[in-house]
Ligand binder design. Structure first.
Ligand code: UD1
Length: 418
């Protein structure tokens, strides 16, 4: 199995162009399923999750090509409506294809995604909202058999929690339903607005994305379109943490600072100097990072749960003690044992992590438990004395386009060993 080898202690310098957002590409590709025409989607990073999405599309019968970060997809030839269990297992977020395929074929069969590495990940909110739109759902032998042959009808939906995936699935299902759908307590993440912008460019009529009330006026048909995926704010936070923990100065381009307000605030509190210019920023780390006031992960525009591991990793080397409270997922701290193998001093209890900053980290063997936890190990290894071997990196490849190549290009001693 491939691993990442890091010889820590190198300063980073130069510029990184941040990749497109994984969490936008997946719903946008699901949105392409609704379109009667060719969709050309630029800035799609080369990720295993994108490859899994392409497999799902091809399995439906779509024509898809991927070249130079552009996915070209034509879904007019779709005949099938099943997501095989193997593909659901490869990528649990494939549940977002449910709304797209229901909208197009009025049928869907998917396996129930169940738990994942971040703890139980129910889809009850998705299913109850889809039922309100007219989808009949039968659960049998771990599969969800969905049928909307009697038609999809706009309605009022109140989400008990502003779930990102549920908001996306409702938008997708309602885009070509009859009448108006209103989502109350919708997720406000930038990736939701990216999906709405994509669908609107294909002829949908979606209003209010980015706020907690979204109005979807169903249209008969969507057409082909061209769209560029927004920058990945979590990947940007990853490379910023890499700069911060190594005491470096790094330029990031292709970012959207307005999507990163909570993240930038936390970096500044740790003593980093950040100057933003348009869609680029320069981060200059202090000699020693300092602790920050308690961080609480929250829905957008609060501090994003996905950036938690990266900031915790960096704050493991700060002066003083930081408290991090994880409010979104139940089982997000599994990477912390691995960080402690590198010499960090972090204790967890329930949803709270207490990070006592240490003076140095030391290279060790460790294993990625999940995507962002794996990236957090890479960040820590960059500043650790000696060599680290990070195993089980398939998790990292789900969300980072060539993380070793990118970090090596700014001076890290890092490589992938197959
Ligand atoms: C998306 C992101 C993920 C990010 C998360 C929160 C994608 C592909 N993934 O995941 O990277 O960490 O948003 O910002 O975009 N929940 C329920 N019932 C449901 C749905 C969700 O109880 O039907 C709970 C979840 O278990 C979790 C919380 O709601 O505790 C947030 O989940 P949600 O916002 O749905 O996250 P995802 O869309 O799965």
């Amino acid at each position: 199995m491939a691993e990442i080898i890091v010889n820590g202690g190198k300063q980073l310098t130069g510029e990184i162009a941040v990749q497109g957002a994984k969490n936008s590409v997946l719903p946008v590709l699901a949105g392409a399923v609704l379109c009667d025409g060719e969709c050309v989607i630029h800035n799609c990073p080369n990720l295993s999750d994108v490859q899994s999405s392409i497999k799902i599309l091809r399995n439906f019968g779509a024509k898809v090509s991927y070249q130079d970060n552009t996915v070209t997809v034509d879904c007019r030839s779709i005949e099938k409506y099943e997501i095989p269990e193997s593909l659901m297992r490869e990528m649990r977020s494939s549940v977002v294809f449910l709304g797209g395929i229901i909208g197009r074929t009025k049928r869907a069969i998917i396996s129930n995604p169940g738990g994942c590495e971040l703890g139980p990940r129910p889809i009850d909110l998705h299913l109850s909202a889809l039922k309100k739109l007219g989808v009949e759902i039968y659960e049998e032998h771990g599969f969800l058999n969905c049928n909307a042959e009697k038609g999809l009808y706009g309605t009022e939906i109140h989400l008990a929690f502003p779930s990102v995936g549920a908001t996306e699935n409702v938008i997708l299902t309602a885009a070509t339903a009859k009448g108006v759908t209103v989502i109350h307590n919708a997720a406000r993440e930038p990736e939701i607005s990216d999906l709405a912008d994509f669908l609107n460019s294909a002829g949908a009529r979606i209003y209010g994305s980015g706020s907690d009330t979204i109005y979807i006026h169903g249209v008969d048909k969507l057409h082909g379109t061209t769209h560029t995926i927004i920058p990945d704010r979590i990947v940007a936070a990853t490379y910023m943490s890499a700069a911060a923990i190594t005491g470096s100065k790094l330029n990031l381009s292709h970012i959207m600072p307005s999507h990163m307000v909570a993240i930038l605030h936390t970096f500044r509190e740790s003593g980093c100097d950040i100057s933003v210019k348009g869609k680029a920023l320069t981060i200059t780390a202090p000699k020693r990072l300092s602790r920050v006031p308690t961080i609480r992960s929250l829905v957008y525009p609060g501090f994003p749960t996905d950036a938690g591991p990266l900031l915790i990793s960096m704050l493991a080397m700060a002066k003083g003690t930081t408290v991090f409270i994880e409010n979104i997922f139940e089982n997000r701290f599994r990477y912390i044992n691995e960080l402690n193998r590198l010499g960090a001093n972090i204790k967890t209890e329930g949803k709270v992590a207490v990070i006592e900053g240490v003076n140095s980290l030391s290279g060790a063997k460790c294993v990625c438990p999940d995507l962002r936890g794996g990236a957090a190990l890479v960040v820590a290894a960059l500043s650790a004395n000696g060599q680290s071997e990070i195993d089980n990196i398939s998790h990292i490849n789900r969300g980072y386009d060539d993380i070793t190549g990118v970090l090596a290009s700014v001076g890290a001693d890092i490589k992938t060993k197959e």
